[in-house]
Design a binder for this molecule. Structure first.
Ligand SMILES: NC(=O)c1ccc[n+]([C@@H]2O[C@H](COP(=O)([O-])OP(=O)(O)OC[C@H]3O[C@@H](n4cnc5c(N)ncnc54)[C@H](OP(=O)(O)O)[C@@H]3O)[C@@H](O)[C@H]2O)c1
Length: 436
């Protein structure tokens, strides 16, 4: 590999093909979980000898020790069924009919949120076979020529951006220097691998309404939260502005999930008052993390239970009901952010040429509608690389102030079982795949 300037870790494994050249060892192939076509967990194939590409100057080769499963992985894997349903959606007259239909067609195997928003067919279909996985924790095995902040042998964790085709379900993953940060010794690889993708998603959302630094929040004017063209549109129609003073009160809808729980912890660390909705099993955890109120959405009337109004709402669920509740709890000038933006699904179904303007029109319609009806700002928010955010995440993780509980681990050889458990909702929390 021409771009390696340091020797890599000489990790011996029968599944690995290592060429030793003097002091330099070059990994040319390794095990990888490959997705050759979209479908159920059975389509995932653990292949023994998948090529490891050359490193670009800013890239780092990471010997993976643990990789976590995100909803994005199962959504991308199951894409074909979802895109059919999304096409079907536009033939249905109302949201109610749509909700009924996804329950009927999905037979309860996927959550309604998953069914609503198939992700990235237009991006991922041409890239098949591809490798799933965003999060990783492991050791630096080699670095590109311009990498300055990381060294071979160092323990690191981080996350790939949502559209990367070569994911982290591999023995050797490639991430850019900006996508990685040193792993604190106080947390294990399994714990570390559960954090970055979810926490960066939460960070981007919170940063789009308020600049978060440790201990204080300052007004933040321009958001950069939507990919490609939408990013420009969002900047020209800046929804992400809290104009008057500090963000003090945040409502997190779905604080029991990984992104929601990360948002609670990031906001609490920034001295924000946080209220959240979550399932009964997550209430104690949310309160222990510093939320001032945690409402059990399965047992309580959320609208009666939540107290006061908020400067911002982060809706990780993003269905019509949570959106309605969320916007009604905002102060005038407040900001509603949903993780379930429709840019990817619309471009999947109508192509870039039609889907992107459609998504732009839909976003603008909602923004104007909510400004007029509620006096609030509305936005779709997406995970993006953010080295500043990753640094905050590393420091909070090191201090024990940012954790994503891991419910269960599987060896990488049982990746199908792990995906099946997530699909069937047998395991409510985070699942991590371990690599030996
Ligand atoms: N836009 C982006 O870039 C981006 C990035 C990451 C994730 N996402 C999306 O964001 C969503 C959350 O991701 P995640 O990683 O946090 O998923 P997750 O860890 O699987 O969490 C989902 C949680 O949602 C909670 N929930 C379900 N219905 C709810 C409701 N009506 N009210 C309150 N909570 C409810 C459940 O919590 P309880 O256990 O407490 O019931 C569940 O554990 C997924 O749909 C994912 O695809 C988007």
């Amino acid at each position: 590999m021409r771009f390696l300037r340091s020797r890599s870790l000489g990790v011996a494994s029968s599944a690995l093909d290592l060429l030793n050249i003097g002091r330099r060892s070059v990994v040319t192939s390794c095990r990888a979980v490959v997705l050759p076509r979209f479908g159920g967990p059975e389509v995932l194939e653990l292949r023994p000898n998948v090529d490891v590409p050359d490193l670009k100057p800013n890239e780092v080769l990471v010997r993976a020790r643990a990789v976590s499963i995100n909803p994005l992985d199962t959504r991308v894997r199951a894409l074909l069924a979802l895109s059919f349903l999304l096409r079907f959606r536009f033939c249905l007259a109302s949201e109610k009919l749509w909700e009924k239909e996804i329950v009927r067609v999905g037979n309860g195997k996927l959550t309604s949120t998953q069914m609503r928003s198939g992700y990235g067919r237009s991006i991922f279909e041409p890239l098949l076979p591809l490798i799933l996985g965003r999060d990783i924790s492991g050791e630096v095995a080699a670095i590109g020529a311009s990498v300055r902040t990381l060294n071979v042998g160092q323990e690191v964790f981080g996350a790939l951006h949502p559209t990367a085709a070569r994911g982290t379900y591999v023995d050797y993953a490639i991430l850019s220097e900006d996508e990685l940060t040193p792993k604190p010794v106080s947390i294990t690889h399994v714990e570390a691998s559960a954090i970055p993708f979810a926490a960066l998603t939460a960070w981007r959302a919170l940063k789009s309404t308020a600049r978060i630094t440790e201990g204080k929040l300052l007004p933040y004017l321009l958001s950069c939260y939507v990919v490609g063209f939408l990013n420009l549109v969002a900047c020209f129609y800046p929804a992400a502005v809290i104009k008057n003073g500090l963000l003090q009160r945040l409502l997190v809808v779905g604080g029991g999930g990984a992104v929601g729980f990360a948002a609670i912890q990031l906001a609490v660390a920034a001295e924000c008052n946080v209220t959240t909705t979550c399932g009964s099993q997550s209430v104690a955890r949310a309160l222990a993390a510093g939320a001032e109120q945690a409402v059990d959405y399965t047992a309580e009337d959320v609208e009666l239970a939540i107290k006061g109004k908020f400067d911002a709402v982060l809706d990780t669920i993003g269905v019509p009901e949570t959106e309605r509740v969320g916007v009604n709890f905002l102060k005038r000038g407040g900001h509603y952010m949903t993780l379930q933006g429709e840019a990817a699904s619309l471009t999947d179904n109508y192509g870039l040429a039609i889907g992107l303007p459609l998504a732009t029109a839909l976003l603008m319609k909602k923004q104007f509608q909510y400004r007029y009806s509620h006096g609030i700002e509305y936005s779709w928010t997406y995970m993006r690389d953010d080295s500043e955010g990753l640094d905050v995440i590393r420091r909070l993780s090191k201090a024990g102030k940012l954790k994503i509980p891991v419910e269960k681990t599987f060896p990488i050889t049982q990746v199908r079982e792990a995906h099946e458990a997530k699909d069937k909702k047998h395991i409510p929390g985070k699942v991590v795949l371990e690599l030996d």
